[in-house]
Design a protein around this ligand. Structure first.
Ligand code: AMP
Length: 430
């Protein structure tokens, strides 16, 4: 099969790495890709993965490329092209593509849609309401004692959630979105949720419109600095599985969350094919959904692909063809840990073009893989190109060993200003 993967981050490198190992993969393109993706090879042919200089949101050029090269399957990594309707567009032109269509992608592109859907189908979530005006929004925040999460309805580069602990913060957050319109149209409508306390984990499930297959649990670390302090980021590290849900509890969580979600999709004619990723708070009253994402989490993908024993291409293909009921994914019992190395200053402004050393040495380590998130080639030299630069991933028999192996690799990799958390996965060891 010929494959086109869309995106340029650690998630896409992880997907390409795993897809390129499939015996069915003959040729793999990635648009736009990065330096790490371009260094991968297709296992069955030995040919390099080919990066194509087309942005992930440039739908007309992606379509033209696909019409010319005729990939057998296109795999969409990020949320924006999904929300822009890339799946609908490719399908209209007879091209097979993995990911939810625009209507289905609303689980992520509209928090108001997701929240009202959860209410309709009894999916456990935070108490919440939707607003477009300051007065009623502020009154609801007051009912919650100011302890709430104020969320922009639309996509806001992962920055559209303001967590508030008192009325002054809540009013300021509501004003930022509804009055000052700091998030533009994405924040013209807001969802206010009660603040939930507990441990936050990530659930993922493959879906083919009828059947869903839960992945093991994982946990991200969203804040920039150790001890969950500092600004929110796209994710500074992950591990899988987490000790916070055992197998039986995971099945029970799936029954409470994924089953009613599937029923709701069927009832409303939402044909969801791809991956659904609920962010979940484990509260004293059980798991509650904070939000839905319509794509793989990044860096969760990096710990998932290193544990997945089933051919990822067969799995994605089954989502598209509606045959997931016949395929039970197999996962390795090993534990995987991913530590993100970021540019100094991230998630604020940061320099680019800093040379990275140590990658060749780390490539020789067993059960270790460095996924590139924001890198480029300057001549022969791999240099930094993004906020998150690398996802250094290692897997081993237990969490302590996997963590030690990931950090041993991190210490061999150097670039000017490198910033990373020292406490990834420590929560899982306590
Ligand atoms: P979201 O993008 O909706 O997952 O929100 C981003 C982050 O804000 C989450 O990962 C949580 O850490 C936090 N958050 C969101 N909603 C809530 C809530 N209702 N209670 C507590 N924390 C929340």
């Amino acid at each position: 099969m010929k494959l086109l993967v869309i995106g340029s981050g650690g998630r896409e490198h992880a997907l390409v790495w795993k897809l390129a190992q499939s015996p069915h993969a003959r040729r793999v393109w990635c648009a736009p890709g990065n330096a790490g993706i371009g260094a991968e090879r297709v296992a069955s042919t030995g040919a390099p993965v080919e990066c194509v200089a087309i942005g992930a949101e440039d739908l007309p050029r992606l379509l033209a490329f696909a019409q010319e090269q005729k990939p057998d399957l296109t795999v969409v990594g990020p949320d924006n092209p999904l929300a822009l309707g890339i799946v609908d567009l490719f399908q209209q032109h007879g091209l097979r593509i993995w990911g939810p269509n625009q209507r289905a992608a609303q689980f992520e592109s509209s928090k108001a849609f997701a929240q009202s859907f959860m209410a309709r189908y009894g999916i456990p979530t935070a108490r919440a309401e939707t607003f477009t005006e300051f007065g009623p929004a502020s009154r609801f925040a007051a009912v919650l004692g100011g302890r709430c999460a104020v969320k922009a309805d639309g996509l806001a580069l992962g920055k559209g959630v303001l967590v508030c602990r008192d009325m002054a913060q809540a009013d300021e957050a509501i004003e930022t979105m509804l009055v000052k319109q700091a998030f533009g149209a994405a924040g013209a409508k807001i969802v206010i949720q009660e603040l939930l306390e507990g441990t936050e984990i990530s659930l993922h499930a493959f879906a083919d419109g009828q059947t869903a297959r839960l992945c093991p649990t994982s946990q991200d670390h969203k804040r920039a600095w150790d001890g969950d302090r500092g600004p929110n980021t796209g994710g500074m590290g992950t591990y899988s599985p987490t000790p916070f849900l055992n197998d039986a509890e995971l099945v029970a969580a799936g029954r409470k969350i994924i089953n009613p979600w599937l029923r709701g999709c069927a009832a409303e004619g939402i044909d969801y094919r791809g991956i659904i990723y609920p962010g979940v708070m484990l509260t004293r009253e059980g798991p509650k959904v904070l939000e839905f994402n319509a794509r793989f989490g990044d860096p969760e993908t990096q710990v998932y692909v290193t544990r997945l024993e089933t051919d990822l291409l067969e799995l994605l293909d089954a989502c598209v063809s509606g045959s997931l009921a016949r395929l039970e994914p197999r996962w390795s019992p090993l534990v995987s840990v991913c530590v993100v190395m970021a540019s100094g200053g991230y998630p604020g402004s940061y320099p680019k073009g800093r040379p990275i050393t140590g990658l060749a040495e780390v490539a020789r380590l067993p059960r270790t893989k460095v996924f590139h998130a924001g890198t480029a080639l300057a001549g022969d030299q791999i240099v930094t190109q993004g906020g998150r630069v690398l996802g250094v991933t290692a897997w081993a028999a237990d969490l302590a060993q996997a963590r030690a192996a990931a950090y041993a690799a991190v210490e061999q990799i150097k670039f000017d200003g490198a910033q990373y958390r020292r406490d990834i996965a420590l929560k899982g060891l306590r």
